[in-house]
Design a protein around this ligand. Structure first.
Ligand SMILES: Cc1cc2nc3c(=O)[nH]c(=O)nc-3n(C[C@H](O)[C@H](O)[C@H](O)COP(=O)(O)OP(=O)(O)OC[C@H]3O[C@@H](n4cnc5c(N)ncnc54)[C@H](O)[C@@H]3O)c2cc1C
Length: 459
């Protein structure tokens, strides 16, 4: 039996077939859950390769999982797939110059912690304490430092992958048909990342945080545009509207932020540049009649920003986290429209997001015991994402397509785009074994789950 063979490879303890499987039936997108037939946790690269080869030889469908924090439901076993957790593959293989090689299960935060004192790994999703490098690569995750250092894409040098035909290969970056790039954002559909070589950056000599405080969310959005017009590219530029500040200040992440619309702005570089940029930012804030704080001890404010999603738990047991991007110039307009959709649909919407790259994260609380409340939250979310696409934006900035955003692909991509991506997926995985029914799927699966039906079929 396959289960016995798997137990032989990884040891009894690391194959889960009892009730504990439920922990792997959902991820950060809690509106939908599935039912894995089995969960396997290989302990090292050799075991992982054996496990994959066994499943491939038996033509079993499976999902590769990191830490399960996906906010788009990319790891949900919708049809009883086997789940392979890569979290035990968390080794650091070596550091050479400005590069570090790690296993896919290592938590993002541990990459910097294992790097030389004067270097750091730049992509930092707010989930950085738990989310894994394999997951970060497969969703091309962003974070607060995207505007200056780019998303995960910009920090991956090469990957070692086991492909759906069972072969293990190294893919290196190249300027032509960059083969590493296709695994970034592939959501576990083209293979499983076994190792990644990542770029490290030198730590900046100087850093400064400024907190801009504005009476309206439109003014805060206008400030974002004016900061770029002033010629400054901050290392972080985050917005929290007054609803999200109110929630955070009721939670364990409270920092003493004023209950208002705030921009958290970070500058980094050498001392002189930071001083000059600081003056420009202050003048942008003053011109919009905003107020500001320049805390020396800024850690608690950034912690408040990074804790803003989980803080929502204070007011609601569940919420949707949207993830569309709009051009920065349209931020005031879309923020205004999001407010209108909130009123029309009778749902609360708190906004906390990466304003510097126009990546919105409207948070829409719902009552998981009340299907109608979830339905309205999904409908409001759908309207916002479609609006973003109409305004020239994209349906996902950093959380991926997963289960959640399948329907938006056809609205965003052309038929040719879809055809090319579908062909790429089939070339790697002709039998459709890896992460079926997720991400780029030309012919959608027929979902049985009511919530998935709402997500995919609503118009
Ligand atoms: C509180 C909170 C805050 C967050 N903040 C941010 C943020 O600021 N920015 C951001 O971008 N995201 C954020 N996220 C979303 C999430 O943390 C990221 O998408 C993260 O990269 C997922 O990593 P993971 O290890 O949990 O991956 P998982 O959720 O386990 O998997 C995600 C995808 O990666 C694939 N995958 C995982 N490991 C591998 C592998 N080794 N090989 C191939 N495929 C693999 C899976 O199949 C799946 O498709 C946040 C989530 C939470 C809960």
């Amino acid at each position: 039996m396959m289960e016995d063979e798997l137990r032989k490879i990884v040891g009894d303890r690391w194959v889960i077939t009892d009730n504990e499987k439920i922990l792997y039936s959902f991820d950060g997108f809690t509106a939908v859950s599935g039912n894995p037939s089995m969960v396997v946790l290989p302990g090292n690269e050799e075991e992982a390769i054996e496990v994959f080869r066994l499943l491939i030889s038996k033509e079993r469908k499976f999902i590769v999982r990191g830490s399960g924090t996906s906010l788009s439901g990319a790891t949900i076993p919708l049809n009883g797939e086997v789940v392979i957790s890569m979290s035990r593959l968390n080794k650091v293989y070596g550091i050479q110059g400005l590069e570090i090689e790690v296993g896919p299960g290592i938590a993002n935060i541990m990459v910097t912690r294992n790097s030389p004192q004067d270097l750091f790994y730049a992509p930092d999703p707010s989930s950085y304490i738990v989310s894994s490098i394999g997951g970060n690569i497969s969703h091309d995750s962003g974070g607060i430092h995207v505007i200056k250092y780019g998303p995960t894409f910009n920090s991956v040098v090469s990957v070692k992958v086991i492909l759906p035909n069972g072969k293990v290969e190294y893919f290196n970056s190249s300027p032509f048909f960059n083969p590493t790039s296709i695994f970034i954002g592939a959501e576990g559909t083209l293979g499983a990342v076994l190792r990644a070589r990542l770029k490290l950056f030198p730590k900046p000599k100087a850093r400064k945080t400024i907190i801009g405080i504005f009476s309206t969310v439109e003014d805060a959005s206008e400030a974002v545009i004016n900061i770029f017009k002033s010629g400054v590219i901050p290392s972080a530029l985050e917005m929290m509207d007054k609803y999200s500040v109110e929630v955070v200040e009721k939670s364990k992440y409270k920092a003493g932020l004023p209950i208002s619309n705030v921009l958290l702005i970070e500058l980094d570089g050498n001392e002189d540049d930071v001083k000059e940029e600081y003056e420009k930012i202050i003048s942008v804030i003053k011109n919009l009649e905003g107020e500001y704080m320049t805390p020396e001890d800024d850690g608690k404010y950034w912690n408040a920003r990074k804790g803003a999603f989980p803080a929502m738990g204070v007011i609601s047991p569940a919420y949707l986290t949207l993830d569309c991007n709009v051009p920065r110039k349209d931020l005031p307009e879309i923020m205004n429209k999001v407010g209108k959709i909130s009123k029309e649909k009778g749902v609360m919407i708190a906004n906390v997001f990466h304003a510097g790259d126009g990546n919105l994260h409207p948070l829409i609380p719902y009552d998981p015991e009340d299907k109608d409340s979830l339905r309205r939250a999904i409908q409001a979310g759908s309207e916002i994402t479609e609006l973003a696409i109409l305004m020239g934006g994209v349906p996902s900035g950093e959380h991926g397509i997963g289960t959640e955003k399948v329907k938006f692909l056809e609205k965003y991509y052309s038929e040719t785009d879809m055809e090319v991506m579908d062909r790429l997926r089939k070339t790697f995985d002709p039998k459709g074994l890896l992460n079926p029914c997720k991400s780029i799927i030309k012919n959608k699966c027929a979902p049985e789950n009511q919530v998935v039906k709402w997500l995919w079929e609503w118009d």
